[in-house]
Design a protein around this ligand. Sequence first.
Ligand code: KG4
Ligand code: ZN
Length: 338
Amino acid sequence: MRVLGIETSCDETAVAVYDSKKGLLSHALYSQVALHAEYGGVVPELASRDHVCKVIGLIEQAMTDSCSTPKDITGIAYTAGPGLVGALLVGATVGQSIGFAWGLPTVGVHHMEGHLLAPMLEPDPPAYPFVALLVSGGHTMLVNVASFGNYEVIGESVDDAVGEAFDKTAKLLGLGYPGGAALSVLAQRGDPKRFHFPRPMINRAGLEFSFSGLKTSAANHIVGKTLDEQTRADIARAFQDAAVETLVIKCRRALKLTGLKTLVVAGGVGANVVLREQLRQMVADEGGAVFFPRHEFCTDNGAMIAYVGCQRLLAGEHGDLAIKVSARWALDALSSFL
Ligand code: KG4
Ligand code: ZN
């Protein structure tokens, strides 16, 4: 089976071709970051309009790069949620239209399932079952993944997502938007001993997260102050250390509670090198293994959507002709294939 996957849930237009026998054949992406930067966040209407402008060109590019003609494609996958409704509708409409025109089955994919299974695109993929840490701009979740499609959310943020806290702190530090990656670069020059921010909710049992207190601690050191370069770096360092340590503690706890030894990390914050390093050490201590997608597949991409779509189509799932998307969609509501 060869699937064309389309991702338009937020501010990246991305397309890929995945083949069940040959693996990932091509992927193409256009980031709208520059378009939204001057507003300090994603403007939904601008996002939708830009997806309309870019999606067809990217489909042509992914088809050419994978040396595919329409006859080679056997299914279409598109992100059907969660995300911005207008943005999702662009990918869903284009995906359904191509499916109808080419006479192919289509499937709407859950964006977070895409992130969750992105490590499956690597040469040495994890085996089920595993615990997944999903850390993006909109979500912070621990998921018990029993098998493909069988997901139990075992911990979530009660307020801000960790990526959102990174982005808001970065914005206050004048690092632009989304500034998570820039904050981690600035943190490299920071003194780890100068400031200490709270590690939220680590003393409470369970796997819930909270990042708004940490964000406020950082904001209290920034807002209304004139900061020199070293102080900015020290604040970035203290913020990142607190966020990373919190995530590592909860991941260790999730492995212990589930009795599982494999951890999978996915989502944009999974690109953070300090988080990767500390999770590697923690999992090694626990005698387990940790799997990450390559950096470009941590953030939004079409490859993860084509991959999941291909697995779902192979399992016999496909949609009707309705163009349906959901801004909110619970991960544990997905159909499972045990
Ligand atoms: O998964 P993603 O591309 O989009 C969502 O679905 O949200 O994640 C984007 C998030 C942003 O908050 C961004 O600042 C963060 O991932 N991010 C990072 C790093 N690279 C991206 N956060 C911390 N360190 C990084 N290196
Ligand atoms: Zn995402």
